[in-house]
Design a protein. Structure first.
Length: 83
C-alpha cells in the first residue's frame, strides 16, 4: 500500500511557505531545492521541511493540502506554530 504525505516547506530568506503532497518526499524536496528549473518554488530557495503528516490515501492527503491553502488552514498553521 502506498503512503502519501502532506508537507510544508519554509523559505527563511523570504518568509514564504509552500504546501504540497507527495508519495516520495525525498525526490519532491530535491525537485523544489535543486532539480527544478522553473516554477514558483525556484524563486524562494533554499527550502527546509517544517511539517509532515502521513495519510493512507491520496484523497485524504489532497483534502488536507487543500485545507492548508485556505484561510482556516493558514490559521491552523499559525496556531500550531508550524513556522
Amino acid at each position: 500500500m502506498e503512503e502519501y504525505l502532506v508537507y510544508i516547506l519554509a523559505s527563511d530568506r523570504t518568509d514564504k511557505l509552500y504546501k504540497g503532497y507527495t508519495s516520495d518526499l525525498i525526490s519532491r524536496f530535491a525537485s523544489h531545492n535543486e532539480m527544478g528549473i522553473k516554477g514558483w518554488t525556484m524563486r524562494y530557495r533554499p527550502w527546509r521541511v517544517v511539517f509532515v503528516r502521513f495519510f493512507s490515501s491520496k484523497r485524504a492527503a489532497i483534502e488536507f493540502e487543500k485545507f492548508l491553502k485556505t484561510g482556516k488552514g493558514r490559521e491552523w498553521i499559525k496556531k500550531n506554530n508550524i513556522v
